[in-house]
Design a protein around this ligand. Structure first.
Ligand code: XIL
Length: 324
């Protein structure tokens, strides 16, 4: 069997993957990632939960610096993930009065985005602002202190000031899975732009639900492209386990459904005007690297990404490259 052709040589846009610094010690991971991908997203180490121990003025940069050095060494683009998220890190800001809170919020963005200025090509400035139900914005520590749109507008301005050249993304999930949420997200992006926020792109995590009806993914990407901004498929995976409580189809039927939906995603992305195709990123190189294969979630069998545990192409490799 000839080796799989490099994704990055087949795709007409950057192919991204997430990384955690301990993976750099795994030669098989390094070989696979540097063969197939041209962009990295830190899976965890650029998040507030990592960077701030428990106070907004103690910063830790060893993990993200290691990832940045790896990306430089191998000539990979670096996508920053993520500055402001309702989860994982906001506890460091608890108990500050309004003035101290605002100063710490601004300083966090200035220090983190400033540190990687000139290397990071893009940032997920705000991650996951829309509720799961999909018609509202999340109530979170940031929104309670600065207002629902207010915290986002402020974050985009501060990120712009810290790194004038980075493409600044608004990023969320279930945008194709839950059409109501996709619509709320696109309306939000438009509203923030009208309010003057320097949004440079929209990110669709694309943690796909394989049960959604055909056409839904295409519709979302068509609507998203109409905003005129670059689009990032930022965290693609497609769990074979989604909906396991409500349908008991065989594994082969699930794989059929999975490859059809991921193929649709790749085709929908190909249909986005070329200048708006920022990158296509997968959330894990091998199935065993996927966060769906860690801890309690791991059933030992899920194949949510493009390569299997041995680094060989999984069914989703063909599903994606078939669209290029
Ligand atoms: C996940 C990572 O994969 C895990 O390793 C981490 O512990 C928790 O976060 N949406 C996101 C990502 O924006 O940051 C999440 O990543 C997956 C869902």
């Amino acid at each position: 069997v000839p080796p799989a052709r490099p994704l990055k040589s087949l795709a007409p846009f950057p192919m991204g993957v997430c990384a955690k610094s301990p993976q750099f010690d795994d030669p098989a991971w390094v070989q696979l990632v540097t063969t197939h991908f041209s962009q990295l997203t830190p899976e965890w180490e650029m998040k507030m939960e990592y960077i701030l121990a428990d106070s907004p003025d103690r910063f830790r940069f060893d993990g993200p610096d290691t990832i940045a050095a790896f990306a430089r060494h191998y000539g990979l683009r670096l996508h920053g993930h993520t500055l402001i998220w309702y989860a994982q890190g906001e506890q460091a800001f608890a108990g500050l009065d309004r003035a101290r809170f605002i100063a710490a919020f601004d300083r966090y963005i200035a220090i983190v985005a400033g540190r990687y200025r000139g290397q990071v090509v893009s940032w997920d400035v705000v991650n996951e602002p829309v509720t799961d139900e999909g018609s509202e914005l999340r109530d979170c520590h940031w929104s309670r202190m600065l207002g629902l749109d207010g915290y986002m507008i402020r974050a985009f301005h501060k990120a712009r000031a810290a790194d004038p050249n980075a493409v600044l993304f608004l990023n969320d999930y279930n945008l194709e899975n839950t059409p109501r949420k996709g619509a709320t997200f696109l309306k939000l992006a438009e509203r923030l732009m009208k309010a003057g926020a320097p949004i440079g792109g929209i990110g669709s995590q694309s943690h796909l639900d394989i049960r959604i009806p055909p056409g839904q993914i295409r519709t979302f990407f068509r609507d998203a492209a109409s905003l005129g901004l670059p689009i990032h498929v930022s965290e693609l995976d497609a769990s074979l386990r989604s909906g396991e409580r409500v349908d008991l189809r065989s594994r082969s039927q699930r794989i059929e459904q999975q490859t059809a939906r991921v193929g649709e995603l790749a085709e929908a992305f190909m249909a986005v005007p070329e200048r708006q195709r920022f990158a296509f990123s997968v959330w894990g190189a091998r199935d065993t690297d996927s966060f769906l294969r860690q801890g309690e979630r791991d059933d030992g069998q899920n194949q949510p990404v493009l390569f299997d545990a041995a680094g060989k192409p999984a069914p989703l490799y063909a599903a994606v490259t078939g669209a290029f």
